[in-house]
Structure formats: structure tokens, C-alpha cells
Design a protein around this ligand. Structure first.
Ligand code: COA
Length: 258
């Protein structure tokens, strides 16, 4: 079986590529576990000074958690899934070395949440962002309900989470959700250029900047737990069964509100 993530260290930069292009790089349990191992390497290996996270191919960064994997999850399994996702994304957000998302296409659901857990987001012109979970009768479960507000504000976050509308890289840029928009062929080079600039600064100070900025959002940690519990509760509903079945059957969902 193909590896679900690819890693390469070059010039002190670890590039992590989510590698399920035929499934739009959807995050299944194996990807989450492999991502955790890769991030542990970042914490442990002094040769690594910065990280780029990207998706395989030219269409998708990550199109969300793997719907066919969690379609039959129980509430307990959903809680574990969200808890594991939060653990890895918190590891990324709290990493003392800069982590950049090279968003090379769709960043939806868990993909948007993964990008938002990184310190910076550089997007290619074709990138699209969104939190479409309510189409499936669930809510974002990897920190999206909180981090979306941090980046784009409450009003726009509520609109995009309730309508499931996607925004382009160009639309995301003025909100600060995206730091730079570049042509796809320049995406990785732009991320490397930014990391190389950061590498010329004091590493201790860079870590402190990350810690202090994250400290601003510490009060939201209780809300992360609330998100995990709410995400799991959605899995008790008929709407969740209908939403995920409709996706797998490639049809429109017919929700009953129960
Ligand atoms: N989980 C599992 N499989 C997924 C997936 C996901 N989140 N996103 C895409 N895929 C799969 C599709 O089922 C399809 O598989 P198949 O070829 O075996 O049928 C394959 O990836 C290609 O996707 P497809 O839908 O055919 O491509 P598209 O270009 O028409 O549409 C998207 C692309 C991203 C708009 C669409 O795939 C989509 O809406 N995905 C789900 C997004 C989502 O709801 N994410 C939140 C999950 S919590």
C-alpha cells in the first residue's frame, strides 16, 4: 500500500506531503497517526528548523476527514477521532519551529483545519477553503469552529460554516486566512523563501513569538473540548447517517432534523 504521507528533509526544512491524491488527500486515521509521528520528528530532530505541509497532486491540499471511514462511527469513536485530530493539530500549532501550509488546492473540513493549525498559509491560485461539515450532518471537529473565528471573524465564520460556501485563495487573502497567493508552480519555493528568511532570525525569539501569540487564544481551549463533545454528539443523529450515506451514494442529503 502507498505511504499516506511522504517526508523529505532538505536544507533544514521538513516537507510533509499528504499522499492520497485519488481520495483528494482525505485524512484517515492512518494519516493522522503518521502526521503525529512526523511532527514528533520535528520536535526531536535538531536538523529540522522548519516545516512545510502540503498535499499530493495539483487539485487538493486536503479535502477533509475521510468520510467513508467515519460514516459508520459510533459516538465514542467520533470522540476519539476528534481527540486524536486535536492532539496532532495542537502539536502543529504549538511547535516552536515555524510550520507553513502550502495550500495547493481544496482545503476543506479537516483540510482547512489543518491549514489553520499551521503558523502561516501560502496558497496557490486554485486553492479553495471551506468548512462543509453540516452537509454531512456534523460540525468541524478538528478545531475549525474556533480557529475559523480567529482568522476570518465570527460573522464570516458563521456564514461559511452554515452555508458551506467555499472561498477562493484571493477571497481568503484580505481576511488574513492566507498570507500570500502565488502560482501553483511557485508555491513550494515561496514557502522555502519565507522559512529561509525566518531561519536568519533568533530561533529562541521565534519560538517565543509563537508561544506568545498562541497564549492570546488560550481561553479558547475550553471551547476545543466543547467542540469535541458536540462533534461526537452529532454522530447520534439520523442526519449524520443520512448526510454521510448521501455523500457515499453521490446524492443530495434529505435531512429530517433528528
Ligand atoms: N473523504 C473521503 N473521500 C473523499 C473526500 C473525503 N473528505 N473528498 C473526496 N473524496 C473522494 C471522492 O469520494 C472520490 O472518490 P472516488 O473516486 O472513489 O469516488 C475522489 O475523492 C475524488 O473526489 P470527487 O468528489 O470525485 O472530485 P470532485 O473534483 O468532483 O470534487 C470535492 C472535489 C473536494 C469538492 C469533493 O470531493 C467534496 O466535496 N469532498 C468532500 C468535502 C467534505 O465534505 N469535507 C469535509 C469532510 S468532514
Amino acid at each position: 500500500m502507498a505511504e499516506t504521507i511522504l517526508t523529505q528533509i532538505e536544507n533544514n526544512i521538513l516537507t510533509i506531503t499528504i499522499n492520497r491524491p485519488d481520495k483528494m488527500n482525505a485524512l484517515n486515521a492512518t494519516v493522522i497517526s503518521d502526521l503525529r509521528s512526523a511532527m514528533q520528528q520535528v520536535y526531536d530532530n535538531a536538523e529540522i528548523k522548519g516545516v512545510i505541509i502540503t498535499g499530493s497532486g495539483t487539485k487538493a491540499f486536503v479535502a477533509g476527514a475521510d468520510i467513508s471511514e467515519f460514516a459508520n462511527y459510533s459516538t465514542q469513536q467520533a470522540k476519539l477521532m476528534a481527540t486524536n485530530g486535536h492532539a496532532v493539530f495542537n502539536m502543529i500549532e504549538n511547535c516552536g519551529k515555524p510550520v507553513i501550509a502550502a495550500v495547493n488546492g481544496f482545503a476543506l473540513g479537516g483540510g482547512c483545519e489543518l491549514a489553520m493549525s499551521c503558523h502561516l498559509r501560502i496558497a496557490s491560485e486554485n486553492a479553495k477553503f471551506g468548512q462543509p461539515e453540516v452537509n454531512l450532518g456534523i460540525i468541524p471537529g478538528y478545531g475549525g469552529t474556533q480557529r475559523f473565528i480567529q482568522y476570518i471573524g465570527k460573522g464570516k465564520a458563521l456564514e461559511l460554516m452554515m452555508t458551506t460556501d467555499m472561498i477562493s485563495a484571493a477571497e481568503a487573502h484580505p481576511f488574513g486566512l492566507v498570507n500570500h497567493v502565488v502560482a501553483q508552480e511557485n508555491l513550494i519555493a515561496k514557502c522555502q523563501e519565507i522559512l529561509n528568511k525566518i531561519f536568519t532570525k533568533g530561533p529562541v525569539a521565534i519560538t517565543k513569538v509563537i508561544e506568545c501569540v498562541n497564549a492570546h487564544f488560550e481561553p479558547q481551549h475550553g471551547a476545543f473540548q466543547y467542540e469535541i463533545a458536540s462533534f461526537a454528539q452529532c454522530f447520534e443523529s439520523s442526519d449524520f447517517k443520512e448526510g454521510t450515506t448521501a455523500f457515499v451514494e453521490k446524492r443530495k442529503a434529505n435531512f429530517i432534523g433528528k
